[in-house]
Design a protein around this ligand. Structure first.
Ligand SMILES: Nc1ncnc2c1ncn2[C@@H]1O[C@H](COP(=O)(O)OP(=O)(O)OP(=O)(O)O)[C@@H](O)[C@H]1O
Ligand SMILES: O=C(O)C1=C[C@@H](O)[C@@H](O)[C@H](O)C1
Ligand SMILES: [Mg+2]
Length: 174
């Protein structure tokens, strides 16, 4: 198994929640590109987007992804990390990529319960279920392309961790 594990998926997929629990289970470090960006810049996603547009945020996200990649680490990425070929290639070449997959309705329900508007400013200006449907239509193929393993993210977090551990153990055995 490669020593860096990248969690990818849409907003609300559980990259931060499950990634953190996975790191504990493996005895790995946990880092999160959204949180690292907040810490280093002192700016929320909403602040960065207001000042620099989504283009500025995506540029900073790529720099952060590269800076925080290290051995024995679980990296929770931002939901849009797969939009860039550079990021997809980087993750594929430097670790194992896990796609946490859930339908738009599940993602929308989670995001309604925990909106965190500063970290998740609207992407489309549309209501949340419509937004997540649109986002998945645009990105599903990219998440699939980037992933070494696609995992059912609708299960409760500890179960998702177990599914990932099973997938990693199976790929080691190959
Ligand atoms: N497997 C799960 N089952 C139930 N609730 C979950 C699960 N995973 C995450 N959640 C809940 O959904 C919300 C979003 O989770 P989380 O912040 O981990 O998503 P994320 O993929 O990191 O999103 P973002 O891309 O915005 O950073 C949180 O309130 C979290 O508790
Ligand atoms: O899906 C997205 O494009 C995003 C997801 C979040 O993790 C943040 O990275 C940011 O709000 C953008
Ligand atoms: Mg997150």
């Amino acid at each position: 198994m490669t020593q860096t594990i990248f969690m990818v998926g849409a907003r609300g997929a559980g990259k931060t929640t499950v990634g953190n629990a996975l790191a504990k289970a493996l005895g790995y470090k946990f880092v999160d590109t959204d949180l690292a960006l907040l810490c280093t810049s002192g700016l929320s996603v909403a602040d960065i987007v207001e000042r620099e547009g989504w283009e500025g945020f995506r540029r900073r996200e790529t720099e952060t992804l590269k800076a925080i990649c290290s051995p024995f680490t679980v990296v929770a990425t931002g939901g849009g990390v797969v939009l860039s070929r550079e990021n997809r290639d980087f993750m594929g070449q430097n670790g194992t990529v896990i796609y946490l997959r859930s339908p738009a309705s599940t993602l929308a329900n989670r995001l309604e319960d925990a909106p965190l508007e500063d970290q998740r400013p609207t992407l489309t200006g549309k209501p949340i279920t419509e937004e997540m449907t649109e986002v998945l239509n645009e990105r599903e193929a990219l998440y699939q392309e980037a992933a070494h393993h696609v995992v059912d993210g609708t299960q409760e977090p500890q179960r998702v961790v177990n599914l990932i551990m099973d997938a990693l153990a199976l790929s080691m055995a190959r």
